[in-house]
Design a protein. Structure first.
Length: 339
């Protein structure tokens, strides 16, 4: 019995239960800063343009995020230090906060880039230089509907993985990996939208003029559903952006590809899911050009974006922790020596 208890204590220590309470707070504050910065940018653009955004849902999301954020702060206090609970609350809080920040940002970016030409032709030339034929791939997938259906399921697993990965990291005590992957996710989103502002594109399905009759055996997930949203915002026929688009509005770089890299990195830190996560998300990268209607260069750029974001997140988290430690450091009281 004693050996079992010692083993359990050792596993808990390895899982991160021995970390200091303040190790969780800097990452949470950094994520909050990134989200609020994006919210401030979005609201500034909406205020200065004809775009319309209902404040009710925004306030509701803010309130939904503040409730678990308070829980994070409570369980991060030294008196009630429970890092696993604090991390779970931290994960829950980021769902409404990220929705508040990035929910309508695609429409805002489409409006800001309305005077920019679409860059699909350049992206297609990039694929040509790499020897990748998107239309040929679509034809092959149509001839192999079972493979395409499996690719569809793998592509759609991103949503489920995005929910489960942070929960698993918190549950297994991988607090540092949780914070790094979350910060990297926010950085990836910010860079993705920033690039899309400069280099807007519509995607392969629209660029090559594909029609569903050309692939009767399969259904492509994204196709051209996002095009009316983008064109409506660009020509002014859509001004009320208080709604979610049916699909993502960003073509280059691919956020789905970036998310696959981030999820593979996060699951690498979860026991028993290291290699399954790597294989699953590697296959997601392969499925993204087809079901995301992405050029190959979109996928490569998205993967590179995620890799850079992970490296940057590590640096930012260390800096945030260092600043936090300096701010909460208690000065020592020097007592006179006894004679």
């Amino acid at each position: 019995m004693t050996s079992v208890m010692r083993s359990s204590a050792h596993l808990a220590s390895r899982a991160g239960e021995g970390e200091q309470p303040q190790e969780i707070i800097p990452g949470m504050l950094l994520c909050a800063f990134l989200c609020l910065s994006v919210v401030a940018f979005k609201l500034t653009v909406v205020t200065a343009t004809p775009l319309e955004l209902h404040t009710g849902p925004q306030i509701a999301l803010l309130g939904l995020g503040l409730i678990p954020a308070i829980g994070t702060m409570i369980y991060s206090r030294p008196a009630r230090h429970r890092p696993r609970m604090a991390s779970l609350y931290f994960t829950v809080a980021l769902v409404p906060f990220s929705a508040l920040a990035f929910g309508e940002l695609g429409h805002v970016v489409s409006y800001l880039s309305r005077s920019q030409p679409f860059w699909d032709d350049l992206l297609a030339k990039g694929d040509e230089a790499l020897g990748f034929d998107w239309v040929g791939m679509l034809g092959w997938a149509n001839d192999h509907p079972v493979v395409s259906a499996m690719a569809y399921g793998i592509y759609m697993s991103a949503g489920f993985q995005s929910i489960m990965a942070p929960i698993l990291l918190a549950g297994f005590g991988r607090y540092r990996a949780l914070q790094v992957s979350t910060i990297a996710l926010l950085l990836t989103l910010i860079v993705t939208y920033a690039i899309a502002w400069i280099l807007p594109a519509l995607g392969t399905y629209e660029f090559y003029g594909i029609d569903p009759s050309q692939h009767p055996n399969i259904a492509v997930r994204v196709a051209s559903l996002h095009v009316p949203e983008i064109m409506g915002v660009r020509d002014g026929s859509i001004l009320n952006i208080s709604r979610l688009a049916p699909t993502g509005l960003i073509t280059f770089p691919s956020f789905h590809a970036a998310n696959a890299v981030l999820l593979a990195w996060a699951l690498w830190h979860v026991p028993y899911l290291r290699y399954p996560g790597l294989i699953l998300n590697g296959l997601m990268l392969v499925a993204t050009p087809l079901h995301g209607s992405h050029f190959l260069v979109d996928v490569l750029a998205g993967a590179l974006n995620a890799a850079i974001a992970l490296a940057t997140a590590l640096i930012l988290l260390k800096a945030a922790q260092r600043l936090w430690h300096q701010s909460v450091q208690v000065p020592r009281i020097h007592r006179p020596a006894k004679i």
